[in-house]
Design a protein around this ligand. Structure first.
Ligand code: SAH
Length: 453
């Protein structure tokens, strides 16, 4: 029997999707229900049907799952930022471990690979050091800013977010007030008109330095001095920048930044080293967990003083530089020029003289290094979500490192890539998941692979 839209059915949630929706079955049809928990018995209203599945909304919780907890955020039901504030942290960690295990078994084909417990984060609150808040208009044409609703570009007007440090709320209210007072237009995605697109804020947690960046569809903003003066009241305010994004795109940041006040970068401390971070450079959003992640990677790398270490997808050089003093030579590769500039300065800033950084696509640089006879002892890979190209993996293998340490923010592409490594003679030894993003479905993993003789 087909499910009917707007009808209410009862079901029990038996699993979770990788995006964190509960999964139930009604009349043999799979139904996805957001904000539900495994073992919930629910009355659900069908809001979408398609050939192979349906989407339901919770009408009534008949019997709550034992995993359930009271959400601590008033925006949770509408906001797309958090997925898991309605279940306990233990339940969330269990889901994340399962997600890694499923990927490794089903996609990677490894049935007995050791997967360690997920490294937990102390708190589900205030762990992010970066926020990107879209501007918009409500139905009465008032300027609003906040976060996107789940799977949508509808803006939930909000003045605080539990994932971010409270000081970000002070900044967003200053910027909001300035925008309203000066009648600054906000960007309309459909008409591709209006100036303010996103407020982008970063804090260096250890030094307290703050960078505020307005992403705009233009090159200048009105009354910038007023904005600067107001922001000077925020403790740690170090830099105000414009980021020019005049493209019709979902990508938040454009390529050009214009400094309005202060420094070009902020400086944080990670693994005992100082790092300069520019607006366009990648920097781990959860600093404390990043230190744990890197220490696991270092443990897996088993470096010694004669080693050459290759850090592919190095960003501002954080992983490699945190290990540079243990090796003979470090080579880092990264595609964003600003990040490489940061990486080079970061080496100098920390008195590291055995590091070389290359601005290039990782696969192309690897081919060149291989041709030039570079044979790293250990290669660290930390690709973006889409993982590595097969030809990059082949080049890495042809450099014959003893160990490959693969850091990943997407379990599915990680599982795919380690199975390619395995076919080419690099065996995965163990995996440690790290919870870098509590309350969201994302989970980071570090994998150790060694060369089979
Ligand atoms: N290892 C760093 C950064 C990891 S994020 C850290 O822990 O901070 C992934 C990085 O890969 C980003 O800095 C991104 O700019 C870079 N990147 C994306 N595609 C790339 C490619 N094709 N070649 C090289 N670097 C790439």
């Amino acid at each position: 029997m087909n499910l009917k839209k707007n009808e209410i059915y009862q079901t029990t949630v038996t699993g979770m999707t990788t995006e964190g929706s509960g999964v139930g079955r009604i009349n043999d049809t799979v139904v996805f229900i957001s904000n539900s928990a495994v073992d919930d018995v629910l009355k659900t209203k069908i809001i979408k049907t398609s050939k192979n599945y349906a989407v339901g909304r919770i009408e009534e919780i008949v019997t709550p799952s034992p995993d359930r907890a009271e959400p601590d955020c008033k925006y949770f039901a509408q906001c797309g930022g958090c997925t898991y504030r309605h279940i306990s942290y233990e339940a969330e960690l269990k889901i994340k471990h399962q997600r890694v295990e499923d990927a490794v078994k089903r996609i990677g084909g490894f049935q007995n690979l050791k997967i360690n417990p997920v490294v937990r984060c102390e708190s589900r609150c205030f762990y992010r050091n970066k926020a990107q808040m879209p501007f918009g208009k409500d139905n009465h044409s008032n300027t609003i800013m906040g976060f996107y609703a789940y799977h949508s570009h509808r803006i939930i007007d909000s003045d605080c977010c539990l994932l971010q440090p409270p000081i970000f709320s002070q900044i967003s209210s200053i910027v909001r007030e300035w925008a309203i007072k000066n009648n600054v237009s906000v960007y309309d995605e459909i008409l591709h008109r209006g100036l303010l697109r996103h407020l982008y804020v970063r804090i260096a947690e250890v030094t307290g330095e703050i960078m505020v960046c307005l992403v705009i569809n233009g090159k200048s903003v009105p009354n910038k001095n007023e904005l600067t003066d107001k922001l000077k009241a925020v403790s740690g305010f170090k830099s105000l920048q414009l980021n020019v994004n005049t493209q019709k795109t979902n990508v938040i940041l454009g390529k050009e930044c214009i400094k309005l006040y202060g420094s070009d970068y902020i400086t944080d401390v990670l693994c005992g080293l100082k790092f300069n971070i520019s607006p366009l450079s990648f920097y781990q959003v959860n600093r404390t967990q990043a230190e744990r992640l890197y220490s696991i990677a270092e443990n897996y790398a088993q470096l010694s003083s004669d080693d050459v270490l290759l850090d592919l997808y190095c960003g501002t050089g954080t992983i490699g530089l945190s290990m540079a003093k243990k090796v003979k030579k470090l080579i880092g590769v990264e595609i964003i020029p600003q990040a490489i500039e940061n990486a080079e300065k970061n080496a100098v800033l920390n008195g590291i003289s055995n590091a070389e950084f290359i601005c290039s696509d990782a696969a192309k640089a690897a081919v060149k290094l291989e041709k030039n006879g570079i044979r790293p002892d250990v290669i660290i890979l930390d690709p973006p979500r889409k993982g590595c190209d097969k030809n990059l993996i082949e080049t890495v293998v042809s450099m014959t490192p003893e160990r490959v340490v693969y850091v990943s923010c997407d379990s599915a592409t990680m599982a795919r890539d380690i199975s390619i490594f395995n076919e080419l003679g690099y065996k995965p030894i163990e995996i440690t998941p790290v919870d870098m993003f509590p309350a969201t479905p994302h989970v980071e993993t570090v994998v150790l692979m060694t060369k089979c003789d």
